[in-house]
Design a protein around this ligand. Structure first.
Ligand code: KIV
Ligand code: NA
Length: 265
């Protein structure tokens, strides 16, 4: 197969080459991201926030995720496409988890799935893995559990939670996950986790010592306005560029500068 494989990600960790990952939810954006050489494209359930305007990731459904993933897969030639399994479609029942993941793989053509949680969801993870579906783990600030945490602040600052996170990471590796996202945890802990497992870790707000990095594409492009955590580096100010373009468009219409003769038939 021509795409980046989970085995190549493993090799990248062994060689010390950092892994790049970005989210995408639609065809046009995914095409630009893929052509830019990003290794992994995550069809994140953050689509619930950035695409649908919800406050949390909880409302997005399996059908919605499959819709986004299908659009992304059509655009991608090189990157590994990982699809988030949405809240309510895998926890608590390994049969339901398997059914959800099979639907994602069959209907969207995605290459792997991501599920949030550690030992709590081990049955679901192993059932999905046993069907030959690669699974990416996700530990730390797992947004599907936001009402349990009650806050979006850094996780695992206390020793008990940090120790559980290390145990969970080891358990996910034992089960056979090919990588783990570490979200919003202290750098020191992320370093310790990354050194104590052989599968790659991909960090977001987890410092420089993970094996790769991921950001939400609308955040790093500066399209999102009201979300500026310290871990977020803005690589563009698309909000400003888009505002200017839209305002110029309106103004050209009002002043009858658009369309001109060359732009007419
Ligand atoms: O849904 C998402 O965007 C994610 C990343 C932040 C890891 O899960
Ligand atoms: Na997610």
């Amino acid at each position: 197969i021509k795409i980046v494989t989970t085995h190549q990600l493993q090799e990248m960790k062994s060689k010390g080459e950092k892994i790049s990952m970005l989210t995408a939810y639609d065809y046009s954006m995914a095409k630009i991201i893929d052509q830019s050489g990003v290794d992994v494209i995550l069809v994140g359930d953050s689509a619930s926030n950035v695409m649908a305007g919800n406050e949390t990731t909880l409302p997005i459904t399996l059908d919605h995720m499959i819709w986004h993933a299908t659009s992304v897969v059509k655009a991608v030639k090189r990157a590994l496409v990982v699809v988030d399994v949405p809240f309510g479609s895998y926890q608590g029942s390994s049969s339901e988890a398997l059914r959800s993941c099979i639907r994602i793989m069959k209907e969207s053509g995605g290459h792997a799935v991501k599920m949030e949680g550690g030992v709590e969801i081990k049955e679901s993870i192993s059932r999905v893995l046993s069907a030959g579906i690669p699974v990416m783990g996700h530990l730390g600030l797992t947004p599907q559990s936001i009402y349990k945490f009650g806050t979006y602040t850094v996780r695992a600052k206390e020793e008990a939670e940090a120790n559980k996170l290390i145990e969970d990471a080891k358990a996910l590796q034992e089960l056979g996950c090919f990588a783990i996202v570490l979200e919003k945890i202290p750098s020191k802990l992320a370093k310790k986790v990354s050194e104590s497992i052989s599968i790659p870790t991909i960090g977001i707000g987890a410092g420089p010592n993970t094996d790769g990095q991921v950001l939400v594409v609308h955040d790093m492009l500066g399209i999102t306005q009201d979300f500026k955590p310290r871990f977020l580096r803005q690589y563009a100010d698309l909000n400003k560029i888009m505002h200017e373009a839209f305002e110029n468009y309106v103004s050209d219409i009002k002043s009858q500068k658009f369309p001109n003769e060359k732009e007419s038939y």
